[in-house]
Write a protein that binds this ligand. Structure first.
Ligand SMILES: [Zn+2]
Ligand SMILES: [Zn+2]
Length: 321
């Protein structure tokens, strides 16, 4: 049995792990409901969906952190709240119990997720180096690959690069090429491949189907944001949609699975229907409201704060420590 200050920090870790579990479950439940009603997400603009998706993966961590801190240092809670939200044996920690197991499990899971992201980043950068060796550099951050297949994509984490194939440049008009270039430059400015990597790392803590849903929604949002950027520079939505269809036709439709597993941002990858539908829609949906994120944070923190004691007792009726 560990006692004193060390036990307090280990309890903090266990509580944070439990809170994160509760937070992830709560967000997964919301995702499950939202994914059943695709029209719901269409009611929000891309500018609103992007911060909301980030909130979905980041807020469980923030809520878990703040709920765990409040439970470990309960002076900030009122007496009535503390009677519902508390942690027994804050200065005692038995490492050979489910407490120790959940703390270690949480650390191991986080370690595995971080290692997987590092491997992904390493592979991505290794592929980028290979690409840079075989292509022709047009400008500092734009390169042409000699290939008959029409493709355009952005690759690279801290200094992303835009790649076009000669097949694409020869197959489209100057105006269409300008649209593709502007779209990819929007990905470069936002460091989208790096954002994809970080988002996938956080989404990795979600169960399989929710993780895929979140990643696919974020990919769609990134593409729509880049499309929107092109429209803001003066190109009509119809022309951008036409270019999208043309490039997809030229590239013979790249397999969706391959596109989603990579960190690159492909101009015409998948979810084409949703992008064209959004481009041509008159109503782009509601804009972002920080209030919604605030409500989500309070909801998640409340779920964590008030479910930890019940969870503690429920597990302890199964295991004795
Ligand atoms: Zn794109
Ligand atoms: Zn206990």
């Amino acid at each position: 049995m560990i006692l004193g200050q060390a036990a307090l920090w280990l309890n903090l870790l266990t509580i944070a792990a439990l809170c994160l579990f509760v937070g992830v479950l709560a967000v997964s439940a919301v995702c499950l409901v939202v994914s059943r009603f695709p029209s719901f997400s269409m009611r929000l603009s891309t500018g609103a969906r992007r911060p909301l998706l980030w909130s979905a993966v980041v807020l469980p961590w923030l809520a878990a952190g703040s709920a765990a801190t409040l439970l470990v240092f309960p002076d900030a809670l009122g007496e009535r709240t503390a009677s519902l939200a508390h942690w027994h044996h804050i200065y005692a920690f038995n490492i050979y119990s489910w407490h120790g197991l959940s703390a270690l499990g949480f650390l191991a899971l986080t370690g595995v997720m971080l290692a997987r992201s590092c491997v992904r980043a390493y592979r991505h950068l290794a592929q980028l180096q290979l690409l840079l060796q075989v292509c022709e550099h047009e400008t500092d951050d734009t390169s042409i690959i000699h290939s008959p297949r029409a493709q355009a994509f952005t690759s690279g984490l801290l200094r992303p690069q835009v790649f076009f194939t000669s097949g694409l440049r020869d197959g489209v008009s100057d105006d269409e090429f300008a649209v593709v270039r502007m779209h990819e430059e929007a990905h470069v400015r936002r460091l989208d491949p790096l954002q994809k990597l970080l988002f996938a790392l956080l989404a990795g803590f979600f169960p399989g189907s929710q993780r895929n849903y979140l990643n696919r929604q974020m990919m769609l949002c990134m593409e729509q944001c880049a499309d929107e950027q092109v429209c803001r520079s003066g190109w009509s939505e119809t022309f951008v949609a036409q270019t999208l269809v043309k490039v997809t036709r030229l590239s013979n439709g790249m397999p969706a699975a391959k596109a989603s597993s990579a960190l690159c941002c492909h101009f015409a990858a998948d979810q084409l229907n949703a992008r064209i539908h959004y481009l041509l829609a008159d109503d782009k949906g509601r804009s972002f409201s920080p209030l919604l994120v605030g409500i989500l944070f309070i909801f998640l923190s409340g779920c964590c704060l008030f479910s930890v004691d019940a969870l503690h007792h429920a597990i302890e009726t199964l295991f004795s420590h």
